[in-house]
Design a binder for this molecule. Structure first.
Ligand SMILES: NC(=O)c1ccc[n+]([C@@H]2O[C@H](COP(=O)([O-])OP(=O)(O)OC[C@H]3O[C@@H](n4cnc5c(N)ncnc54)[C@H](O)[C@@H]3O)[C@@H](O)[C@H]2O)c1
Ligand SMILES: CC(C)CCC[C@@H](C)[C@H]1CC[C@H]2[C@@H]3[C@H](O)C=C4C[C@@H](O)CC[C@]4(C)[C@H]3CC[C@]12C
Length: 372
C-alpha cells in the first residue's frame, strides 16, 4: 500500500459488510482509515443504513454497495477487481440449526476459497479474515480453556458444522499466505478470532432481552456462575480488523499467516452474568444464584429440542436457543488472556469496558419494543 497521507488512494472491500460486525467495521474504516478512497460493501442482503451512509456519512470516500454472494466465484472476483485490501467477514453464523450443514459449509468454506481465489486472480494482496474462537473450542469433551492465548495447547475437536466450517476456512486463509497473486507479489493473510462478540446490533442479546420481557422482567439462571465465557466488544473487534488491515503491508513478515484472538477489557464472567451487565439496567433480573434446573435435566431438554427440530423439519423450522451444542458451549469455560495483537501491531482497545458497557446499555434501552 502506497504511503498517501494526503491523497486517499486505497480501495477496501468488506464482505458481509451489512452484518452485525460488518457494519461496525464499515463505520470504523470510514472514521479511522484516512487513506481510504473507496469502500466496497459486499453482502447478500444490503441494509438501508448503507444508503444513508452513501449520501450523508461517508465524507469524501466513495461507498459502493454490492449485492452479491460469496459462494459465487464470479461475483466475488468482479467485486474485488482493483481493491487493495479485503476484509472477509461474511459468514453463516448458525449454531441453532437454521441452515443445513451443507449450506454452512458452502458459505463459510467455499465462500472463503472464492475470496482467496479472487485475491489471486485480481492481484489483491491483503486479506483479513474474521475467524472465531470456536476454531479452537470449546471442544466436544468440555475441556476448559482458562485465560489461554494463541499458543496454549488445547485439543480442538469439532463436530458441529459451524466450528468445523470456521476451522477449515481459517486453515485455507493461513495456507494462502505467501501465494503469488496476479502481478507476481505475495498475498499476505491474517485471521482474527473473536470470542463471543457483544454490543449494538447483537441478535442473541436482543433475543434474551425480549425473552426477559416476556417473562415479566425475569430470566432464569441456566449456567453456573463459575463458568467463564470470553466476550469482546464489537467496536474493539472492528478496530482490530482496521488496524490489522493498516499494518499488514509494513509488518508482512511478522503478521502474515498469523492468528490473533480478539480481546479487550471486558470482564470474565459466565455468559448469563455478563449479559446481565446490560440487561439489568434495562429492567431484567436473573433469578437464582445457582442454575434452577440440574444439568442432566437441561441436557435432556436440549436433546429433546434437537429431536423435535429433526421431527418438525419437514413442516416447520424449530430453532430454540437451547440445544446440545449451545448448552455445551455455555457450560464450558473458554476465556482468553493474551497480548499478541499488542506486540505484533500495537493494538490497544479503542473502547474501555465502561464505554462498551454504556454503549450496549444505551442500545438495549432504545431498542424497538424496549421497556422504556
Ligand atoms: N457474533 C459473534 O459472536 C462472532 C464471534 C466470532 C466470530 N464471528 C464471525 O464474525 C463474522 C460476522 O458475524 P456476525 O455476528 O456479524 O454475523 P451476521 O450474520 O450479523 O453477519 C454476517 C453477514 O454475512 C452476510 N452473508 C451471509 N452469507 C453470505 C453470502 N453467501 N454472501 C455474502 N454475504 C453473506 C450476511 O448477510 C450478514 O450480513 C462471521 O464470519 C462469524 O463467523 C462472529
Ligand atoms: C443454556 C442456554 C440457555 C444458554 C444459551 C446461550 C447460547 C445461545 C450462547 C452461549 C455462548 C454463545 C456462543 C459464543 O458466545 C461464541 C460464539 C462464537 C461465534 O463465532 C458465533 C456465535 C457463538 C457460537 C455464540 C452463539 C450463542 C451461544 C452458544
Amino acid at each position: 500500500m502506497a504511503d498517501s497521507a494526503q491523497v486517499p488512494t486505497l480501495v477496501y472491500l468488506v464482505t458481509g459488510g451489512c452484518g452485525f460486525l460488518g457494519e461496525h467495521i464499515v463505520r470504523m474504516l470510514l472514521e479511522r482509515e484516512p487513506r481510504l478512497r473507496e469502500l466496497r460493501v459486499f453482502d447478500l442482503h444490503l441494509s438501508s443504513w448503507l444508503e444513508e451512509l452513501k449520501t450523508e456519512g461517508a465524507g469524501p470516500v466513495q461507498v459502493t454497495a454490492i449485492q452479491g454472494d460469496v459462494t459465487q466465484a464470479h461475483e466475488v472476483a468482479a467485486a474485488m477487481a482493483g481493491s487493495h485490501v479485503v476484509i472477509h467477514t461474511a459468514g453463516l453464523v448458525d449454531v441453532f440449526g437454521k441452515a443445513s450443514p451443507k449450506t454452512i459449509h458452502k458459505v463459510n468454506v467455499q465462500g472463503t476459497r472464492n475470496v482467496i481465489d479472487a485475491c489471486v486472480q485480481t492481484g489483491t494482496r491483503f486479506l483479513v479474515y474474521t475467524s472465531s474462537m470456536e476454531v479452537v473450542g470449546p471442544n466436544t469433551k468440555g475441556h476448559p480453556f482458562y485465560r489461554g492465548n494463541e499458543d496454549t495447547p488445547y485439543e480442538a475437536v469439532h463436530r458441529h458444522p459451524y466450528p468445523c466450517s470456521k476451522a477449515l476456512a481459517e486453515q485455507l486463509v493461513l495456507e494462502a499466505n505467501g501465494r503469488k497473486v496476479n502481478g507476481g507479489l505475495p498475498l499476505v493473510t491474517c485471521a482474527l478470532r473473536p470470542t463471543g462478540i457483544y454490543g449494538e446490533g447483537h441478535q442473541v442479546m436482543r433475543d434474551f432481552y425480549h425473552q426477559g420481557l416476556r417473562f415479566g422482567g425475569r430470566l432464569f439462571r441456566a449456567v453456573p456462575a463459575s463458568v467463564e465465557h470470553g466476550r469482546v466488544y464489537v467496536g474493539n473487534v472492528a478496530w482490530m480488523h482496521v488496524l490489522v488491515a493498516q499494518e499488514l503491508e509494513q509488518r508482512a513478515a511478522l503478521m502474515g499467516g498469523q492468528v490473533y484472538f480478539c480481546y479487550d477489557k471486558s470482564p470474565y464472567k459466565s455468559y448469563e452474568d455478563f449479559n446481565m451487565e446490560f440487561l439489568n439496567p434495562c429492567g431484567i433480573r436473573l433469578i437464582g444464584t445457582h442454575p434452577l434446573l440440574p444439568y442432566w435435566l437441561l441436557a435432556l431438554l436440549a436433546a429433546l429440542n434437537a429431536l423435535l427440530q429433526w421431527l418438525l423439519r419437514p413442516l416447520v423450522l424449530y430453532t430454540p436457543l437451547l440445544n446440545p451444542y449451545t448448552l455445551a458451549v455455555a457450560n464450558t469455560t473458554f476465556t482468553v488472556s493474551t497480548n499478541k495483537a499488542q506486540r505484533h501491531f500495537g493494538y490497544k482497545p479503542l473502547f474501555s469496558w465502561e464505554e462498551s458497557r454504556a454503549r450496549t446499555i444505551h442500545w438495549v434501552q432504545t431498542m424497538e419494543g424496549s421497556a422504556r
